[in-house]
Ligand binder design. Structure first.
Ligand code: ADP
Ligand code: ZN
Ligand code: ZN
Length: 751
């Protein structure tokens, strides 16, 4: 028998495959996971090719140790997707493919367990009532276990052991108390996808009658043939979700094995979206839905991944990481809120899930629906050129609901006229909040800054509290009684006096959500105020609990960051106040205004959804700014067209393609020197004439955690030229020294 060799991708920065001898009687197919020796370690690799010869000398070749039986081979299409992503984002294939797999598959010692039955503990009502109060206050491990159980409703024994090594003994004791029930489920790799009836009633829902625009959109998607990208541009509350539901139902009904992938920016912030899918598809004879996101316990995530990989899950609802799920029967992709920056991964493989969704749909010849009230200018431009089909929902779906009126409150004018304001809340805003309170309606107050105040300063000597590790001011957090660095997490107690001059009158400067919460409590007497931001929702599951208080009507005024702007369907909100939006108007980042406009449209869209007339009040010093005018007219199209025209004149994306080289050094000089060498090397390359290289510059926050950061922007009018240049540049970059780290980002969002 002639020897068989496999070429394997490993999670390693070198963009090459590694050859191994394979002595198994059944050689593995491409797409199989194997365990191989690498240096002194044992690592998991993905077989990409099986060949009869290898160029590596026989005495240097090592042998495959084991073949993963738990995971049937990944398809050629999936391998091609990973290869495309690796190539496009300038990474090794293994660096893309392996991190996309469940943790348990990347550790050979855990493969056997994937095929073993699993023990699952679920919380019983008696347990929900008793836990965690019945536990001793200081039993922190037990309390963590109880908390995890309460949040997830059920825990796999394997996940519980991660929380505490003796967790299973505790769970058995709780079972004896009648607090939890134990069931033995199928192996993760074999188990059926979870039942759809989880948390949803299996009753036939009464479907709303589609508006004409919705019906036309559903029809276009359902009847699409081959690769068909759609840009679903629907104003807030226009019923985009209903379009997704109907299109999916039609496509899944037409083909009994078809799968759908639905991407959302943030699953935990928008439980209503998931609930709508579960409720709808529970009724469609057992269409199983699984979720894929980073908030899932590891065991659950592996089960769900396998359900998708085996084709048993018909719908996968997930965040950006789900774009790399294995879906052998994929028939449609939906990207909801396609403009959301959360689709861009900001570390490791810096991919855009939206862009990969388009590629994947093209590869497989599928419809892909990008939905938004404020599409990204990239997508809008594609539609302008006829590459994407535009589907428009121009009105709100609920007959009585109209878009809110948007009014600008001119802060300069208020001041000139000597009108009273309280701590940055203008008179008209406070009056409007009071009116809603009297009418029993709810209000939102939006500002994109958490904490109490962004600075703590001394009037006498000019001292401002700064982070000892970063080139940034620290944020005052009053309830936590701390100063916190939002860049590195450094924390200190609030000083009683100025550390430089001893002055005791140190004062907070500026306003964050905590301060506005405090102000509202006195400015609008009697109002029940709730704050939702990253601080008030640190504990898992707490955001959902807070949002249900709002939905239940237990809150009069909700204050928060962009977390409150996401797709919530608040029924009783009739007023939205916007504070501090101006800062983004003059940012050095050319995308800042696009992001601001999208956020303001989205948060405005929370008002007046159920027929109450909605009003939006924006406090500003620039009431004549074009962005606010477009907002007041709900004129996304006008805003998009004029901003695109500016981008074209300024040679900015989407009219050019960009990449960033970032370097991190012990000193700024080191980081800049590295980038200058890189730029010099690029100038020598044959393609140099087709790319523009800008000067190396420090990042705005130049130092984080004692590390100095700088970046080099390169761009080209030709995507191909940029890609070819980056590919040829990388081997040179690897030879340059003097920095701690560097990375390349293609299509960067933050510049
Ligand atoms: P969007 O995502 O476009 O902001 P949603 O999908 O949240 O809008 O829909 C807004 C509201 O309209 C929801 O309460 C939804 O149930 C309702 N809705 C959607 N389509 C219809 C319809 N055809 N008739 C009546 N109500 C609808
Ligand atoms: Zn001082
Ligand atoms: Zn810091």
């Amino acid at each position: 028998m002639s020897p068989v060799f496999v070429r394997v991708a490993l999670d390693h920065p070198l963009p090459t495959l590694f050859d191994y001898r394979c002595d198994a009687t059944e050689p593995p197919q491409p797409g199989t996971l194997v365990s191989v020796p690498f240096g002194r370690r044992q690592v998991v690799g993905l077989v990409c090719e099986v060949t009869a010869h290898s160029d590596v000398p026989a005495d240097k070749l090592r042998a495959v140790d084991a073949i993963c039986e738990a995971c049937p081979p990944l398809s050629d299409e999936w391998l091609a997707l990973a290869a495309f992503a690796a190539d496009y984002y300038q990474r090794g294939l293994g660096e893309v493919a392996l991190p996309a797999l469940p943790q348990a598959l990347r550790d050979p010692s855990r493969w056997a367990r994937l095929l073993a039955p699993q023990e699952r503990y679920s919380l019983l009502p008696a347990g929900r009532a008793a836990l965690p109060d019945a536990l001793p206050a200081r039993a922190s491990a037990l309390r963590r276990l109880a908390q995890a159980l309460i949040e997830a409703d059920a825990l796999l024994a394997a996940d519980a052991r991660v929380i505490h090594p003796k967790a299973v003994a505790t769970l058995d004791a709780w079972q004896a108390e009648g607090w939890v029930a134990l069931e033995v489920t199928e192996a993760a790799a074999l188990g059926a996808a979870p039942s759809v009836c989880d948390g949803a009633q299996a009753v036939s829902p009464t479907l709303p009658t589609l508006t004409d625009e919705q019906a036309a959109a559903v029809e276009a998607i359902r009847d699409a043939d081959g690769f068909a990208p759609f840009l679903l541009h629907g104003v807030t509350g226009s019923g985009k979700t209903e379009v997704y539901l109907r299109a999916l139902a039609a496509i899944l009904a037409a083909r009994p094995d078809a799968q759908a992938l639905v991407l959302v920016p943030e699953i935990n912030l928008t439980p209503q979206f998931e609930a709508a899918f579960r409720a709808r598809f529970a009724a469609l004879n057992g269409t199983s839905i699984v979720t894929l996101h980073s908030g899932l316990a590891e065991g659950e995530r592996a089960r769900n991944w396998f359900a998708a990989h085996s084709g048993r899950a018909r719908i996968v609802l997930g965040t950006r990481l789900a774009i790399l799920a294995s879906l052998p029967k994929l028939a449609i992709i939906v990207v909801d809120e396609e403009h959301d920056p959360a689709y861009k991964q900001q570390e490791g493989l810096r991919y855009s899930a939206r862009d990969l969704a388009i590629w994947r749909a093209k590869q497989l010849g599928l419809p892909v629906v990008l939905g938004s009230a404020t599409p990204s200018l990239e997508s809008w431009w594609q539609a302008d050129q006829g590459r994407y089909t535009r589907l428009t929902l121009s009105r709100r779906a609920v007959a009585e609901a109209v878009l809110p009126t948007v009014k600008l409150i001119d802060l300069e004018e208020e001041r000139r006229r000597g009108r009273a304001s309280v701590e940055g809340l203008s008179g008209p805003l406070i009056a409007a909040l009071k009116t809603r309170l009297e009418k029993g309606e709810q209000s939102l107050v939006f500002l994109n800054r958490r904490g109490y105040a962004p600075q703590l300063a001394c009037d006498a000597c000019g001292w401002v509290a700064g982070c000892p590790r970063c080139s940034a001011y620290v944020v005052l957090h009053k309830p936590e009684r701390a100063l916190r660095c939002h860049h590195c997490g450094w924390e200190a107690r609030i000083p009683r006096s100025c550390p430089d001059c001893g002055n005791v009158d140190i004062a907070p400067l500026g306003r964050g959500t905590q301060r506005v919460e405090e102000t509202l409590a006195t400015a609008v007497p009697g109002a029940r105020v709730l704050r939702i931001d990253a601080d008030s929702t640190r504990r898992k599951g707490s955001a959902q609990a807070l949002f249900s208080d709002v939905h239940a009507g237990d809150v009069d005024i909700l204050v928060g960051t962009q977390m409150i702007a996401k797709g919530h369907d608040f029924q009783r909100v009739s007023l939205v106040g916007v504070l501090n939006a101006d800062t983004a108007l003059f940012s050095h980042d050319f995308r800042a205004s696009e992001r601001l406009f999208a956020q303001l449209m989205q948060v405005s869209g929370r008002a007046g959804r159920a027929g109450l007339p909605g009003e939006v009040l924006v406090q500003t010093r620039y009431p004549r700014h074009a962005l606010y005018h477009a907002l007041a007219r709900h004129d996304y199209v006008g805003f998009a067209n004029s901003t695109l025209a500016e981008r074209r004149d300024a040679h900015l994306p989407p009219f050019v393609y960009q990449a960033l080289l970032r370097a991190e050094g012990r000193t700024l000089e080191a980081a800049l020197a590295f980038l200058q060498q890189a730029a010099a090397a690029l100038a020598e390359m044959p393609s140099a004439g087709r790319v523009t290289v800008y000067d190396a510059v420090p990042l705005t926050i130049v130092k984080v955690m004692h590390v100095h950061r700088a970046q080099l922007l390169i761009e080209s009018a030709s995507r191909g030229a940029l890609q070819a240049t980056l590919r040829a540049w990388q081997p040179i970059l690897r030879t340059l020294k003097g920095v701690l780290r560097w990375n390349l980002e293609v299509d960067p969002l933050d510049i």
